[in-house]
Design a protein around this ligand. Sequence first.
Ligand SMILES: [Zn+2]
Length: 520
Amino acid sequence: MKPQVEIYDTTLRDGSQGEGINFSVADKLRIAEKLDAFGVHYIEGGWPGSNPKDIEFFAQAQKKKFKHARLAAFGSTRKKGVAVEADDQVRLLIEAGTPVVTIYGKTSLLHVKEVLRCTLEENLAMIGDTVKFLKDHGKFVIYDAEHAFDGYKLDAEYALATWQAAEKAGADFVVLCDTNGGCLPGEIAAITKIAAGQLNCKIGIHTHDDSGVGVANALAALDAGAVHVQGTVNGYGERTGNCNLISVIPLVHFKMKKSCVPAKSLAQLKELSLFVDEVANIRHNPRLPWVGSAAFAHKGGTHVNAVQKLAASYEHINPELVGNARNILISDLAGRSNIVMKAQSLGFKLTNDTPELKAILETIKQREHAGYEFETAEGSMSLLIRAALDQKFVPHFNIETYHVSMRRDQRESICEATVKVRVGATVHHEVAEGDGPVNALDAALRAALVKSYPKLKRVSLTDYKVRILDGIAGTGAKTRVLITSSDGQREWGTVGVSENIIEASLEALVDSMEYALLKK
Ligand SMILES: [Zn+2]
């Protein structure tokens, strides 16, 4: 069945213009495969005329079979004063070997006169010639009308003439672009409606998020007659980014109730978002709509109480539909309900009537007052609940003594840590070096513990965050350390707080190991 809205992904081209984003050819191929499996309709792989890496990408991609998506190469109309068949950049578009070619051209009279510096007629010829040439080579041609809305506002008649030039030459799509990202949804809707009324070919929309309405603008165009939307995963892109497809896709599916990607893919939305961030080596934004870890997080006590009774009371949609999960934040504001739900999600059998609940709540409040934070430290949180529920609970190990030192010679600086750990009747004594004191301490502690607990070999530290807290309880500045650990299958967080950064780190490290030993 044909989708009512087509999804055109340009993460690999427009998205790669974003600050801090640099994809290798291998990265691009992995992302393209993931996007194809997810079910987007087009994947724009790059601009072969702008860099050799993109030529290499298309050479590799030609050997792959894509199930859902059609691959698109991106470029521009021919240069002014050059015959289209003599234009190298256009030739490279054909050599890319993709079924789809997307070219952009000028809509705005201002840009034709001031930037391109050619006559208005030459610009129309550049558009028409290039589209026709690509059609003659059997390509499906998408025409991206740059500055479509700004150009239309400046001179409607000329803007329309440029789109008609593309249409007359055989373009399959005219895509209206809010290139500078400065338009409002109302304007986008009105101009899209006019374009859809005047043109016979299909209309698409390409927006940027400079004013914070990239997604809203895309939806306004879809409402006004566009049937194709261009954007990037997680909104990657130049400046403040492109229209975020990770928001557009569920909006089209769940809110506009139009078909786009296969329905079964929606539950993989968060996974796609995480995957692309991981390949780009970017930390996932917790506040991303739909897929962020905070998207369905509940903090206020009364909200949590209500969500416990009826999930829909403070949620616009069931988080599982997009592969996300409800997250109950533990905080000063928390009532009993938060703790109960969090404890249940950590695997404890706790209800509002459990007698130990009051003590747990008290301890959490005291710790939070002292500077602890449990929102991402579910490992430390579990140990705390565990200790309250089981008075006879004995930790798997105790640190008897430790020592950390640092020395520096002309060439390098080395940190060394010594740790003496007691496990039952046995004492392990280990020394290790590291490039920092925490690193050395971690290595020594691990070396001591694996002797008794070999499963800790799989555990590694994946993230380490330090925050200086001041003004707490009138003491000197305190340090809070948050550690993320992984056993290769799942991750957990632990926390330590002290006036001494080494002490705080050790506390979080000890919790991390203890939690790893508690888990089945
Ligand atoms: Zn763009």
